[in-house]
Design a protein around this ligand. Structure first.
Ligand code: PLP
Length: 375
């Protein structure tokens, strides 16, 4: 019997039918293949080019021969190591295949049509995607000086608000909100007490600033607080996909009920746990980024190209009257993968991650060529 023709689009939940895929940073090998280039550097996904800790690599090798077993569904050792490091009970710790999965698990657990999700304009786009995935209304609040305007975001909260997402620091702007701003925001929204999700993917880089909030200290006071962090950035384990979260009240208990049981592979658990025991991994990453940012910013100053001060491992450049998408293509031809910012409503901007010193130099050289300046 011939197969009946089916209309897949009609079967999709209506709120998902118009979705566009997330634009990920292009991989080095793909660009080499497509453009026939020998040397390509990826400064597109805010990774740590120093690579993972040696301890993590050793742990990966050790874990390799046991991959015929399913992983520990509770990631007990990794949770224990996080618990010791941050002084937070294991029952308040959740793990995801990247903090990205945790964003989506929060959405699946809590959001429904009729809920409002408050985000900032130009904030990390996955919050908006998560809200829309569940058919909730996403309320986007304008930024102030390229920074989350927490006062205005608090004012946007009402009885329909299920969650507020705050990227601190934000990707792609690199800006952060201070402890005083965070405290005042938490007080202001206490009347409605929505979930407050502090996404701190760049926590380690931003923590060098004294007024950056150490939000884990507020968990016992606010049962609506969720903090997300990751092993993808300073710990350089992006390819293994491990993110973690701390949450107040019984949020973790409920997340556990919908979490895919084996979302963190055994190799990833071992590598993340070993990374935490390497005392130098974080400081080496921070140092590289501080030096790299200094170099790139001084070159941009010489060129008169404006950029936003960043507390993270990337910089957002205002390249008007040039367009980000064209600049991206032009840099690509010179072997530099950066990011255009069209999906963030910033068509005149590009974002560049801080790389190793020669990579940063390669970017500046390609960028000068793009501007028609001499090297
Ligand atoms: C602000 C922010 N949050 C979350 C993530 C997701 O990171 P991962 O899923 O690798 O933990 C990223 C990745 O770039 C990010 O920039």
């Amino acid at each position: 019997m011939p197969l009946k023709k089916i209309n897949i689009k009609k079967m999709i939940r209506p709120n998902c039918a118009g979705f566009e895929p997330y634009v990920a940073g292009r991989p080095v090998e793909t660009i080499k293949r497509e453009l026939g280039l020998k040397k390509v550097v990826k400064l597109a996904s805010n990774e740590n080019p120093l690579g993972p800790s040696k301890k993590a690599v050793e742990a990966i090798k050790r874990a390799a021969s046991s991959v015929f077993y399913y992983p520990d569904s509770n990631s007990w050792k990794l949770k224990k190591a996080l618990s010791v490091k941050y002084g937070i009970e294991t029952s308040k710790i959740m793990l995801g295949a990247g903090s990205d999965e945790l964003i989506e698990l929060i959405a699946k657990l809590f959001f429904k049509p009729g809920d409002e999700i408050v985000v900032s304009d130009h904030a990390f786009i996955r919050y908006k995607m998560a809200g829309e995935l569940m058919g909730s209304k996403v309320v986007s609040v304008p930024m102030k000086d390229f920074t989350h305007d927490l006062k205005a975001m608090a004012e946007a909260v009402n009885k329909k608000t299920k969650a507020v997402f705050i990227a601190n620091p934000n990707n792609p702007t690199g800006t952060y909100n201070s402890t005083a701003e965070f405290e005042s925001f938490m007080k202001k929204v206490s009347r409605f007490s929505p979930l407050v999700v502090m996404d701190e993917a760049y926590y380690e880089f931003a923590s060098v600033n004294k007024d950056y909030p150490q939000t884990q200290k507020y968990l016992s006071r606010y049962p609506n607080l969720i903090i997300l962090r990751t092993f993808s950035k300073v710990y350089a384990l992006a390819g293994l996909r491990v993110g973690y979260g701390f949450a107040g009240g019984d949020i973790v208990d409920y997340i556990e009920r919908i979490r895919p049981p084996f979302n963190i592979s055994s190799v990833a658990q071992a590598a993340a746990e070993a990374s935490l025991s390497d005392k130098t991994q974080v400081s080496r990453g921070i140092k590289l980024v501080e030096q790299g940012k200094k170099f790139i910013c001084s070159e941009l100053d010489k060129l008169g190209v404006p950029y936003i001060n960043s507390a993270a491992n990337f910089l957002l450049l205002d390249i008007a009257p040039l367009k980000g998408r064209e600049a991206f293509q032009s840099l690509l031809k010179k072997g530099v993968i950066a990011r255009a910012m069209d999906e963030y409503d910033m068509p005149d901007f590009i974002r560049v991650s801080v790389g190793l010193e020669p990579e940063n130099r390669m970017f500046i050289k390609a960028f000068k060529a793009l501007l028609g300046r001499k090297n």
